[in-house]
Design a protein around this ligand. Structure first.
Ligand code: PLP
Ligand code: COI
Length: 355
């Protein structure tokens, strides 16, 4: 299937690379791919970035049948344009589709479209440390019918945004509030999928935590509200006595590409790692015993984000003296080094766009 191209006649000025923030500015073009029953996925095209026209009855506006992904493109010092394990994002998007009753798409073609779009927008890729071109593929239900049922038409869209740090704190440690009541995901729910509604449901706890002076929440499990699941929209690791512990995957945890890459890196360095249930009590006990060495969140947007302070009910603890931990820093340097083509890529994670 050929991807058609309509170029913009009004290219926008590029933003100041010092003031990017996260996801505020978008490039000149976007990719759109339509689905309708009978025809399947058709008419893949790159067109000028701009508003979508929608009927007010459009299904996604009412019942949130929508999924998305997050990935990044980098420009290496030698000018090569690099993606990081993009096939993982395409596979996860199709798994999200399956959970949300959205039809499967051809992962090869989607990745080809992303490569073409990024190649077209190569001048938008920022190169300062900590910056990248964020890639946001998403799929929305577009039937104009208010019945609650899977849509028979969809749009697969990709937009691009030059980004800096995800958190205002950058790589500085953030304060995290252990959410005792609200949960992000439940057994049998949609937590393992990147479903739009998961994020809508997380906002109230985030807002409450921010009102208490924290940046984000640590989510506990939906049954006993005892076991650690994720931090904000990131996976989470704790270094307890030199062993790196992350919650094992289930249907309430998003299987992060960064999480998986960190596990592989740690194993290759000979650092003991374990994927298992971890209660918040165990984390606080480890701290009381002086065994909680470091804690961090990880995801595409922030790569790693150290946790400097953790508040749970009446208790507040400081981790790593409020500084970034040694392994956290090493993971950040290694991952960003591989992603930006500045370090060797022993795992074959990096995919060059040579269009
Ligand atoms: N957990 C949630 C809920 C997320 O939204 C994300 C972001 O994509 C992650 C974890 C981290 O996943 P990844 O490392 O693939 O970006
Ligand atoms: C991540 O990439 O780590 C994210 O959490 C993406 C976020 C903007 C939803």
């Amino acid at each position: 299937m050929e991807i058609t191209l309509v170029k913009t006649t009004k290219p926008k000025p590029k933003p100041d690379p010092e003031k990017l923030g996260f996801g505020r500015v978008f490039t000149d073009h976007m990719f759109i791919w339509d689905y309708s029953e009978g025809k399947g996925w058709h008419n893949p095209r790159i067109v000028p970035y701009g508003p979508l026209e929608m009927d007010p009855a459009c299904a996604v506006l009412h019942y949130g049948q929508a999924v998305f992904e997050g990935m990044k493109a980098y420009k290496a010092p030698d000018g090569r344009i690099l993606l990081f394990r993009p096939e993982q994002n395409m596979a996860r998007l199709n798994r999200s589709n399956a959970r949300l009753s959205i039809p499967q798409f051809d992962e090869e073609l989607a990745l080809q479209a992303i490569k073409q779009l990024v190649a077209l927008e190569r001048d938008w890729i920022p190169t300062a440390p900590g910056t990248a071109l964020y890639i946001r593929p998403f799929i929305i239900a577009t039937d104009n019918i208010l019945g609650v049922r899977p849509s028979s038409s969809y749009k697969f869209i990709v937009i691009l945004s030059p980004v800096g740090a995800y958190y205002e704190e950058g790589l500085n440690p953030v304060s995290i509030y252990v959410e005792p009541y609200y949960v992000r995901a439940v057994r049998g729910g949609t937590g393992f999928a990147k479903a739009a509604g998961n994020y809508a449901g997380s906002l109230l706890a985030q807002k409450n935590a921010q009102a208490k002076g924290y940046s984000q929440v640590l989510w506990l499990d939906g049954i006993e509200r005892r076991y650690v699941e994720e931090v904000g929209a990131m996976n989470v690791f704790f270094n307890i006595g030199g062993e790196l512990i992350t919650p094992d995957l289930g249907d309430s945890i998003l299987p992060g590409v960064t999480r998986d890459s960190i596990l592989q890196l740690l194993r290759s360095w000979g650092v003991p790692t374990v994927e298992r249930r971890l209660s918040v009590d165990e984390v606080f006990e480890a701290h009381a015993q002086g065994r909680l060495v470091e804690a961090f969140g990880c995801g595409t947007a922030a790569v790693v984000s150290p946790i400097g302070r953790l508040g749970y009910r009446e208790q507040v603890i400081e981790i790593s003296g409020g500084k970034i931990g040694e392994l956290t820093q090493r993971l950040y340097d290694t991952l960003t080094g591989i992603q930006t083509g500045k370090l060797p890529d022993p795992f074959g994670w990096v995919v060059e766009i040579d269009i």
